[in-house]
Design a protein around this ligand. Structure first.
Ligand SMILES: Nc1ncnc2c1ncn2[C@@H]1O[C@H](COP(=O)(O)OP(=O)(O)OP(=O)(O)O)[C@@H](O)[C@H]1O
Ligand SMILES: [Mg+2]
Length: 411
């Protein structure tokens, strides 16, 4: 007799309400799925923070985390869940330490990708440690900051090795900027990085094997950063942006990450690859929001129902063998991408979605055009903006989401 199988997805959340509600609603549209004679029922639950015994069982088969990057109790719970319980996590908690830009730069350099020339300089101010004076006197080699900067060329960027949120980032135009920025860096550890004089800033949000490449405008206020434009990159650059994002994600075992690349002509320069568990608020993503939350639901469902196993071994050498071969840059990219697609089961995933989740996109479009989604949007705008700006922003986001509904129907 055909059995039933229940699956539970855990959501580990910070302050946001918009995408979790959208996720919960879209998951309800999935409904029970009949796969190979078994009926699969999938539900989600918001996880709470409480003491845990290191041997406690974990009830949720898969966890989507948006909290552990700043709250360390759940971060340690995730590591226990991964090691003790085999819980499926979208991002490996063990490469969380590599969430700083620096490790991702190193990995990409090793793979032969086009990271702009980057130098790590020692701290400007001593670290708070009683051994500092001795170590510094004996081992800290004096260095010529001006010379390093001259080698990279002005203008250059000075930014923390583990950056995020534009904290401590400066564009350095000359010697005077250089010394001001370094003096101000204090106890932050800084990279100096050559400037890429880019035509486009491409931001690629990846969820499992799905990647959305967006035209990002970092200089704009939050609600206008993701510009809605299609085909803004050449065919070659577009292909590289997708490939590089998927390769880095597969390399670190990240399945929910947002990558930043500067594109000049057909050249793609990765500058920030480590934004695991990125912001997916409707007030940031607007037009792309229904796609993003649907992709989260689809990938989670796929992983649970097909019994995809988490794998904590990175097997980096398979990538390094390609890096060390005499292939060209394009050939290497193709070979890495083949490894990444194998890791993400890309082909099987798309075929599986077509077979079992064919109804979902239409259900999401219906919901996004209706009153319940509008209520969510109103509540989010009210929670995000001061009263006198709410009307304007509501119109802005209604317009962009409406455009998504329209474009989808037309495609
Ligand atoms: N090498 C570079 N060449 C040109 N522009 C750069 C370079 N590095 C950084 N920038 C600019 O500085 C901004 C912030 O840099 P970066 O993304 O590395 O820092 P961040 O702290 O992660 O900021 P965010 O959270 O906005 O992404 C980028 O959006 C880009 O506009
Ligand atoms: Mg960044």
């Amino acid at each position: 007799m055909a059995g039933t199988k229940d699956h539970l997805i855990g959501l580990l959340l910070g302050a946001e309400e918009d995408w979790p509600q959208a996720f919960e609603q879209i998951l309800r549209f999935v409904g029970p799925l009949k796969v190979d004679g078994t009926e699969h029922r999938i539900a989600s639950e918001r996880l709470t923070i409480e003491p845990f015994d290191l041997t406690d069982p974990v009830r949720t088969g898969l966890v989507i985390d948006r909290l552990a990057h700043w709250y360390f109790h759940p971060r340690e719970w995730l590591k226990k869940a991964a090691l003790v319980n085999g819980t499926y996590l979208l991002n490996s908690p063990f490469t969380f330490q590599s969430m700083e830009k620096h490790s991702a730069y190193c990995a990409m350099i090793r793979l032969g990708l086009k990271v702009p020339p980057t130098i790590l300089v020692p701290y400007k101010n001593p670290v708070d440690n009683h051994r500092w004076t001795f170590t510094s006197e004996k081992y800290n080699k004096p260095f010529d900051l001006d010379l390093l900067a001259a080698e990279l060329g002005y203008p250059l960027y000075m930014k923390p090795f583990d950056g995020g949120g534009w904290r401590g980032v400066s564009r350095v135009n000359d010697r005077s900027d250089l010394h001001t920025a370094y003096d101000d860096s204090g106890e932050m550890l800084m990279h100096l990085q050559a400037t890429v004089d880019y035509d486009h800033f491409a931001r690629a949000l990846s969820i499992g094997p799905e990647t959305m490449v967006m035209d990002f405008r970092p200089e704009e206020p939050m609600h206008q950063r993701y510009h809605v434009s299609h085909g803004f990159l050449s065919e070659s650059a577009g292909k590289q942006v997708v490939a590089v994002s998927r390769i880095v994600n597969a390399f670190f075992h990240w399945e929910f990450n947002s990558a930043e690349m500067l594109v000049k002509g057909d050249d793609v320069y990765p500058i920030d690859y480590a934004n695991a568990c990125p912001d997916v608020a409707v007030t940031s993503l607007h037009y792309y929001f229904p796609w993003a939350i649907s992709a989260l639901v689809k990938w989670s469902t796929y992983c649970l129902v097909t019994g995809r196993r988490p794998n904590l071994d990175l097997e980096m050498t398979t990538y390094f063998e390609i890096a060390d071969s005499d292939r060209t840059y394009d050939e290497k990219l193709d070979a890495y991408l083949a490894l990444a697609d194998e890791h993400f089961e890309t082909e099987r995933y798309h075929a599986w979605c077509a077979e079992h989740l064919g109804h979902l996109d239409e259900a999401v479009a219906q919901w996004v055009s209706g009153q319940d989604f509008d209520r969510l949007l109103v509540e989010t705008v009210q929670a995000t903006y001061p009263r006198h700006e709410q009307e304007q922003f509501l119109a802005h986001f209604r317009g962009l989401v409406g455009m998504w509904v329209h474009d989808r129907a037309a495609s």
